[in-house]
Design a protein around this ligand. Structure first.
Ligand code: FAD
Length: 343
């Protein structure tokens, strides 16, 4: 049967249209949602071709994952697994969940690596300075209070073995605020992987995990904010396809007294909030739990020590520190490829 020219043209256009339709419906759908967790907010952006993936179905699963992390690691929930451990005034070993074991073990590793700059046993000091669940005290802690509390602080007095957590001082109090948000991000990332989602960006309170880039081979593009509390301004734009990014700073959670800033970042060596010119640390690596912890640890170290630690450990970091002329920036060689302005 000979087709007339017109019908050939119609057939061709129809096929083109179909091809266009297929290619359109072939493009992955952008799905995004946000919510609250751990006293802050979270957001998820993902791309999927799977018609079974809807925002509300996936968000329900994400909320379940985050509720579990809260129930295990919150010091704001008196009934959490961690709070129960903190309330127990005993040096007897306590069997803990695998998740809690993983997070405490990682925090103790990074404590040893950073010579105690990161120390999850500083909880009593965090609370005494007013940055914990009980809010700000009437007046600053006295030297006597600080020295009495310091007996209960020190990561060497905490140990994990055989799925058990052991405190060497009965009144030790573990605070995982520096690392458990990052762990929550990683757990949501595991959920995405289990659902077969290959392109996603997860953020909780500024800790980020990205995978697979965006469609059309685009990278995820993110802003690192200027370390100022008076406005939201961009310090740098970074882009990457895969990896985790966390930023710690002393410019959001602080109070000022007699011209001095007291932030929620405690130097375990002095039992006081940090007092140096380093104000923001961003760290990029494979997992969100580690970058979350390293960002706090390097902020405690101060500018020169943080630079040396990053170079010795080939860590991708961006430091922002105060000088008389304003903010200066230091980016390690492993961080530079992320900078968009660097292109
Ligand atoms: P980061 O730099 O990531 O962490 C700083 C925090 O780590 C400090 O706030 C302090 O707690 C601790 N820290 C300070 N110095 C050190 C040090 N040298 N070594 C180790 N740790 C140190 N906040 C609420 O207001 N309400 C809530 O209900 C609530 N629930 C939470 C539940 C969970 C599971 C977690 C992990 C945190 C929760 N938080 C809550 C706290 C809040 O989410 C943030 O963790 C907190 O504000 C610090 O996060 P950040 O990114 O600002 O600072």
């Amino acid at each position: 049967m000979m087709l007339s020219k017109l019908s050939i043209v119609k057939l061709w256009l129809a096929l083109l249209g179909l091809a266009f339709l297929v290619s359109c419906s072939d493009a992955p759908e952008r799905i995004e949602f946000s919510g609250g967790t751990m006293g802050t907010t979270y957001s998820v952006v993902l791309f999927s071709k799977d018609p079974r993936h809807s925002a509300d179905k996936i968000q329900t699963k994400v909320d379940t994952v985050l509720e579990r992390v809260n129930a295990q690691m919150s010091t704001y929930d008196p009934n959490s697994e961690l709070s129960q451990f903190n309330q127990l005034e005993s040096t007897e070993p306590v069997v803990i969940s695998r998740d809690l074991e993983r997070v405490v073990s990682r925090a103790l590793d990074i404590a040893r690596e950073t010579d105690g700059a990161l120390d999850i046993t500083v909880g009593p000091l965090v609370n005494l300075w007013g940055f914990g669940p009980n809010g700000k005290p009437e007046q600053q802690p006295t030297a006597e209070e600080l020295s009495a509390i310091s007996k209960r602080v020190g990561y060497e007095k905490l140990s994990v073995s055989n799925h058990q957590l052991i405190k060497a001082h009965p009144e030790m109090y573990v605070d995982l605020s520096t690392i458990a948000k990052g762990y929550g991000v990683d757990k949501v990332g595991n959920l995405m992987d289990q659902l077969g989602i290959k392109q996603y960006l997860i953020e909780i309170g500024g800790e980020i995990l990205a995978k697979g880039g965006k469609p059309a081979d685009e990278k995820w593009k993110l802003a690192v904010e200027k370390p100022v509390s008076t406005e939201r301004a961009v310090q740098e734009i970074v882009e990457f396809k895969e990896g985790a990014l966390a930023t710690s700073g002393d410019y959001r959670n602080y109070f000022e007294e007699n011209g001095r800033r007291y932030s929620h970042i405690i130097d375990p060596a002095t039992a006081e909030p940090i007092q140096h010119n380093l104000v923001s640390v961003s760290v990029f690596a494979d997992d969100a739990m580690s970058v979350d912890a390293y960002a706090t640890a390097l902020l405690v170290m101060g500018t020169e020590k943080a630079k040396a630690f990053a170079d010795a450990n080939q860590l991708a970091v961006m430091l922002i520190y105060k000088t008389d002329e304003g903010f200066e920036e230091y980016t390690s060689q492993w961080f530079k490829p992320l900078l968009v302005s660097n292109k």
